[in-house]
Design a protein around this ligand. Structure first.
Ligand code: SF4
Ligand code: SF4
Length: 703
């Protein structure tokens, strides 16, 4: 193992390592070469008695795959890869993931990346439950443990690591440029049937094809090779060549064709991702040319897949294979061919073998023509494990959370329906009260604690940092709950204002509201600030927002610190399991909320402030108002816990949380003063000196 623990951490930017720093961290038996001119990698050599042997390469992930994390800044890993594509070591050099910065702490992240040591790019490395950890050697799939509460972050880190390692493997280790190794199928090692050669052929496990002389003549028709083979012209129906191919690393093929001894001999040379093929031919044209030497790359036989040529190399296996019974005689030739793992051959997809034939015309200045006689081969589905979905990108996260996302979509559709037709609730105050309680419990329990769907100012700072650095915004897709909630919030923001999110969908807001209701129930005295003080304090949150936005644009370090004003990570993400300063802050805000209703939301929350700023795009004045509101009737205004109704009766949608309490009053013959008087046959005079609050009904456009 390369011991790289001495490497100090630093800010995430390309090129932080130097040869000297890596050398200091390596055992003395290893030396570090010069950083390569064309690629930011350092070769590492083992010193042997008379020579130095290349062990692998060291590089920084940020140089090859700067995948932004949830802060908008990429995690930078130090990666040591051996010459076969196995991880010698992985270390965290720099990270700004919110959950690991002052959250869970860095220890779980370090433990996570240490799991890669010994694993190979040839394996399907999956973040799971550790079920296959013990049996990783030689296994196609291997599971490493994720980090609870940081699922999306570790997925991004996994992608960053594998993508950067693959880029280096392709550039330095000869890995094929086709599909990623973890996106190809695998031969199933557990499927075996005892079969003879004819049965193997019937199952499609041995493929062969015959070409007669006339077939080859046809292939050369119209070229300089036409008519250049006298034997073919004389005996057109005679056999030119018959080619046979069987994939020996498939147990049902290898054990039956080679016998147990030959199977064991072959397996001693088989590494994960390698493949062996039996190739045999008979007839007057062999796939083995006259000057063929063992161990060579055959020049009469080619293999390609999806248009990419794959190198096959003769492998000296001493055990003779079982061939079809009629394959006897001196014209029968066989060889075992090896395809190394780096070629990324996908056994789940068709393979194109081809027998190459060349003909020439003329003695002096001879012209020649080459034709490929194709032999397509496809392994039957039962013997191969299909590639799984792209486990390291965001698609698998969406699939894996499909049930949660479906619940959220149904809930959001229901919420939109209820808010569009609020009379269902507002006409029955107890129904509204209980519906809100149940909904708030759902928001806190399901959206917040269970599905970790707390929107946060960190989403905004990550967006700013990624835009400033010109990075992709794909990282958002790793958190599908956040994507859906933001989409819904932005749409409702334009229609109804920030209150749809703050009043109904913010888990910390829901926690505060439920606690406030409990506080009132046990009669904790409530403090209602004077309207002037309230108005002044409401401006503070815009100052907090401005400070965070500026810090995000110029200093990720300060932005990481300032976003801690949000108690979301402590109370929702980590469910109050955190160090005491953060606990004290979150609990203090909740205690304050018990006496000053939702003080954090109204005075401090930068996310609420940001939503209020964006809420200026709101198109509808949708909460019902009447002419008498505010002039002189002040009933709703005094009942609004958020102090979001102006003295003139207008609703301040930037501060309204859409609790619907004022709509209940508006619709009630018992609570709405003008309606009470109306019932009694009296009319409340509208104050002529005040500007009139517009009479609005649900859906009225904003002025
Ligand atoms: S103001 Fe902040 S904490 Fe309150 S509900 Fe809105 S986003 Fe949540
Ligand atoms: S009472 Fe009315 S104005 Fe006040 S927060 Fe609730 S819905 Fe908004």
């Amino acid at each position: 193992m390369l011991c790289l623990a001495l490497i100090a951490t630093g800010p995430a930017q390309a090129g932080t390592l130097t040869r000297e720093r890596i050398t200091q961290a390596l055992p003395s038996t290893l030396t570090v070469g010069e950083r390569e001119a064309e690629l930011p990698v350092w070769p590492v050599f083992r010193n042997e008695l008379t020579s130095s042997v290349l062990v692998g390469y060291v590089f920084e992930s940020i140089d090859f795959a700067p995948v932004p994390g949830f802060s908008g800044t990429p995690v930078n890993l130090l990666v040591a890869l051996d010459v076969k594509g196995a991880f010698l070591d992985v270390q965290v050099l720099a990270q700004h993931e919110p959950v690991f910065v002052e959250g869970l702490g860095e220890a779980p992240l370090h433990a996570f990346v240490q799991q890669y040591e010994g694993l190979s790019l040839q394996q399907n490395i999956k973040i799971g439950s550790g079920q296959n950890r013990a049996g990783q050697a030689g296994s196609a799939n291997v599971y490493i443990d994720g980090v609870s509460k940081a699922t999306a972050s570790v997925r991004i880190i996994n992608q960053s690591l594998l993508s950067s390692a693959l880029a280096v493997a392709r550039a330095k280790l000869g890995f094929a440029a086709g599909r990623d190794p973890d996106l190809i199928g695998r031969v199933r090692p557990d499927v075996f049937d005892r079969l003879d050669v004819p049965a193997l052929e019937r199952r499609g496990l041995i493929t062969r094809r015959v070409w007669l002389n006339q077939d080859v003549e046809t292939a050369f028709a119209g070229t300089v090779g036409e008519g250049q083979d006298p034997l073919a012209l004389a005996q057109p129906k005679a056999l030119f060549s018959e080619l046979l191919v069987a994939q020996l690393d498939v147990p049902t093929v290898g054990r039956n064709v080679l016998g147990e001894k030959g199977w064991a001999e072959m397996n001693a040379w088989l590494e994960p991702g390698d493949h062996f093929f039996l190739v045999a031919s008979r007839g007057r044209y062999s796939f083995v040319g006259d000057d063929y030497t063992s161990g060579a790359i055959p020049d009469r036989l080619t293999l390609s897949q999806d248009g990419l040529t794959i190198e096959i190399r003769d492998f000296s296996l001493y055990t003779p294979p079982r061939l079809p019974a009629d394959w006897t005689g001196p014209d029968v030739q066989w060889r075992v061919m090896k395809v190394i793992s780096q070629a990324s051959l996908d056994p789940a997809r068709p393979l194109d073998f081809a027998l190459s034939v060349s003909r020439s015309r003329g003695q002096i200045l001879a012209e020649s023509e080459r034709k490929a006689l194709p032999l397509p081969v496809r392994l039957p589905e039962d013997y191969v494990e299909q590639p799984r979905t792209n486990d390291k990108t965001w698609h698998s996260i969406w699939k894996g959370r499909a049930a949660e996302l479906a619940v959220l979509c149904v809930a959001l559709a229901g919420l939109a329906g209820v808010l569009a037709r609020p009379r269902f609730l507002t006409a029955h105050p107890p129904r509204l009260k209980w519906a809100r309680r149940v909904w708030l419990a759902f928001t806190l329990g399901f959206i917040g604690w269970w599905a970790q769907g707390q929107l946060s100012i960190v989403n905004l700072t990550a967006l700013i940092q990624a835009l400033v650095a010109g990075r992709s915004l794909d990282f958002f897709l790793y958190d599908p709950m956040t994507v859906l909630l933001w989409a819904f919030t932005l749409v409702t923001l334009v229609a109804w204002g920030r209150g749809t999110f703050c009043g109904w969908l913010c888990p910390f807001g829901a926690l505060q509201e439920l606690i406030a209701q409990g506080a009132r129930w046990i009669r904790i005295p409530q403090v209602k600030l004077h309207s002037r003080t309230d108005a002044q304090l409401k401006k503070v949150k815009y100052g907090v927002l401005a400070a965070i936005v500026v810090a995000a644009a110029i200093s990720p370090h300060w932005s990481d610190r300032l976003v801690e004003v949000e108690p979301f990570k402590t109370s929702i993400t980590l469910v109050f399991v955190r160090s005491w300063p953060f606990l004290l802050w979150a609990l203090g805000l909740l205690a304050l909320n018990a006496v000053v209703y939702k003080a954090y939301c109204r005075y401090l929350c930068p996310l609420g402030a940001g939503l209020a700023v964006l809420g200026r795009l709101r198109r509808l004045n949708w909460l019902a108002r009447r002419a008498e509101c505010g002039q002189p009737c002040q009933t709703c205004r005094h009942r609004c816990d958020y102090q979001a109704i102006e003295p003139d009766g207008r609703i301040d949608y930037n501060e309204c949380f859409q609790c619907q309490d004022c709509v209940v009053i508006h619709d009630s013959d018992r609570l709405c003063a003008p309606r009470i008087l109306e019932r009694k046959g009296r009319v409340i005079p509208v104050h002529p000196a005040l500007p009139t609050a517009s009479v609005t009904s649900p859906g009225a456009p904003a002025p």
